[in-house]
Design a protein around this ligand. Sequence first.
Ligand code: TRP
Length: 447
Amino acid sequence: SRVSHLNKSIAEIEAALQLLLKLKVDYKGATGQDYQAGSPPAENMDESGNRSIADGADDDTVDPWNVSTTSAKGVDYDKLIVRFGSSKIDKELVDRIEKVLGQKPHRFLRRGIFFSHRDMHQVLDAYEKQKAFYLYTGRGPSSEAMHMGHLIPFIFTKWLQDVFDIPLVIQMTDDEKYLWKDLTLEQCHHYAVENAKDIIACGFDINKTFIFSDLDYMGSSPEFYRNVVKIQKHVTFNQVKGIFGFTESDCIGKISFPAIQAAPSFSNSFPQIFGGKQDVQCLIPCAIDQDPYFRMTRDVAPRIGYPKPALLHSTFFPALQGAQTKMSASDANSSIFLTDTPKQIKNKVNKHAFSGGKDTVEEHRQHGGDPDVDVSFMYLTFFLEDDEQLEKIKQDYRSGALLTGELKKILIDTLQPMISEHQERRTQVTDEMVQQFMTPRPLNFRY
Ligand code: TRP
């Protein structure tokens, strides 16, 4: 119909506009100048060291602060593996995980949502030899509003904790958000505690999990701070400039922050958990944009006598408007929030989820839709557990048997109970529980 055609055009324009604005911000970040059409940057930009690490041979931007691409299918993750020098989570690795665990791998592994790794084979070797390792992940608490994209690493980490039965540390980088955003220390710390509730609601085991705010823990743990200083001594300004694109006008807090995100990768940062052992291997599940921190960490580790952390990288959770960028908490219409009501979820999906369907029912029936650019289908790949059902939806959508409205209905029916259940679990998280999770203490493991 004309209306759906119009809606689709508006959605496309919105997506393109968002991308343009992002690119302008990227440009300014990389060159220090406002973008002006027809006035390209000077050739020597490279040497200034001011370029974002993301500026590779192609036009995908992926760094801790920006994610964007011009492709409706999203970032080219195979190219990213080459650019970052990580390894693909291929069928062989997924099969090995299944064999080692004796159970079906998580759907995020089966479907390539966690798609890249560093040293995962080494972790599995260690596990087979019953050597200890632990999990580390984190969250930058920049507001109270968490969206579904934020949960991806935590859902997966919860699964890893269950199947491997190992300790987990979760870093809340309230210091990072204070340094990067226009927020007070009190706000950032408050968001850390509020976000911890959503994280706890993912089902983490209190006997196996330590959640910490940097603002609290740094000051209370000499061992943690010692590791921060060790790391700081072994990384130069030139190195972080190269890795993160910092410039001389960035505050020194930003320049030294990467050492704070690196420190939890080393087990002796948590003597209450690991009894002072400094060689317990760390495994970090995270979105691929966090990799620069851990490339740096892995570079430093052997020089300060610690094992390199292993990594599992996820793809991004696409914005409703399309996979050109990820969900953003600062754009309400791009995201489904953990606080959204069933009605809001329904409206957002119906109104904003970019569709790979055709403009009219007749055309759609005849030519079929494109699941590769369809955001509703992409979301189902994250959340629909049944592989066969998902495959059937894909085929039916491609053939035209399944209409966009019907696809959206399946997504809405999947998301509504998921989010309501999350909300229900979150209301059960008491302040006292948060307090407990965030208290430095031994966990249920002996070293
Ligand atoms: N910098 C991350 C963010 O802004 C937070 C973070 C800290 C993190 N340590 C981590 C994320 C380890 C993944 C793994 O969200």
